[in-house]
Design a protein around this ligand. Structure first.
Ligand code: SF4
Ligand code: SF4
Length: 360
């Protein structure tokens, strides 16, 4: 049976207050209040944006959703896990300070930012799953312990997974450091001959000390590499590459399996929002301001089905962008369908959906 995905048109130009009210209207129209119970500890999973990133979904846009959870007498907390790569989201202290500066805080939203994976990203619970790649996955402890989840994803392209939306927010964004390393395990990039300028940026950012610089170029030690993709993100000379056809399918399947773990025990207790605003071809982990968009603003999607909400997002972005997502992000070798198809296969949701437009 097709899953219902609710949709409301919106654009950044309307302002954060209007976006917040539209998200609230979607929450009410979708009848999502029933997923949350009084005294629930409710994780509001967000991405506060890397330090210089300016295209992430801003905190005031989430005020209406947080107020709905408070009205329902849950105990919401804003949350996100530590990153594998270095930066201001690498540990809970720096991440919390960045979140607070950006209004993801008691002062800004009336509820605290709490890292669910502890100070160092290592507070985890091993969750058994019926997966194809794994029989258990490592999920941030407080994601497992809380009673309900309101996931807020910014729909973007992604340099390895093609689409970065709800499944990636749940799979990568709710895993502990170990869970993230497991998902990246298949990704082993290499430096292209003749492209490297020896700028050293990848060497400085690599969290695994897997990069060496000789007198000609950078080299990656594949035994040390944990596949975090930081070198791909920081190289400004397009000098680091993957064998995408082999590797992005495994990454995407692993993301879906970790999403399954993150939602374990929360059937009927989770709601997924995709914000199709400032639709950049790379995700909010990119430490750059004013990243170019690949499609005009579309609106907000919400569903209790994490697969259907992503499928609807891809369909709307491809329709509005006028091309396949892989072409919009500039890498024809990537294919977003792996994560959706695998998520359906392991029982996470349905790709078939009925789009219900709100406020027409
Ligand atoms: S960031 Fe790119 S250009 Fe700079 S050293 Fe690394 S591979 Fe070479
Ligand atoms: S070499 Fe491996 S571990 Fe180092 S930044 Fe690149 S992907 Fe990450």
């Amino acid at each position: 049976m097709a899953s219902r995905v609710h949709f409301i048109k919106a654009s950044v130009g309307e302002g954060e207050r209007a976006i917040s009210e539209k998200a609230r209207a979607l929450f009410r129209a979708g009848g999502f209040a029933g997923c949350f119970k009084e005294n629930d500890f409710t994780a509001v999973k967000v991405h506060v944006g890397e330090d210089k990133n300016t295209t992430y979904i801003k905190a005031p846009c989430l005020k209406g959703l947080v107020e709905e959870l408070i009205r329902l007498k849950t105990k919401p907390f804003i949350t996100d896990t530590s990153t594998l790569y270095t930066g201001r989201r690498h540990n809970a202290i720096d991440h919390t300070i960045l979140a607070t500066e950006r209004g993801f805080s008691v002062e800004g939203l009336g509820v605290p930012f709490i890292a669910p994976d502890g100070l160092f990203g290592t507070a985890e619970t091993v969750v058994p799953i019926d997966g194809e790649l794994d029989r258990e996955v490592s999920i941030a402890s407080d994601i497992v312990r809380c009673q309900s989840i309101l996931s807020v994803a910014h729909f973007t392209g992604h340099c390895a997974a093609c689409a970065g939306a709800t499944l990636k927010t749940l799979g990568m964004g709710c895993s502990s450091r170990k869970g993230k390393m497991r998902q990246h395990a298949a990704l082993k990039p290499q430096v292209k001959k003749g492209k490297c300028t020896r700028c050293g940026e990848c060497y400085r950012h690599c969290p695994a000390e897997a990069i060496m610089l000789d007198e000609v170029q950078a080299h990656i030690d594949k035994d040390k590499c944990i596949g975090c993709a930081e070198c791909v993100a920081v190289c400004r000379f397009d000098a680091v590459e993957y064998d995408w056809r082999q590797e992005n399918s495994i990454l995407q399947k692993s993301i879906a399996e970790h999403a399954l773990g993150a939602l374990q025990g929360k059937q009927g207790r989770a709601v997924f929002f995709n914000f199709l605003l400032s639709i950049t071809s790379d995700c909010d982990c990119f430490d750059r301001p004013n990243m170019p968009t690949m499609a005009p603003d579309i609106g907000i999607l919400a569903s209790t089905d994490p697969v259907a909400v992503d499928q609807a997002g891809v369909d709307l972005v491809e329709a509005r962008g006028g091309r396949k997502l892989s072409l919009l992000i500039g890498n024809s070798k990537l294919d977003w369908r792996y994560q959706i198809e695998h998520a359906v296969k392991i029982g996470l949701g349905e790709a078939d959906y009925e789009l219900v437009e709100v406020g027409k």
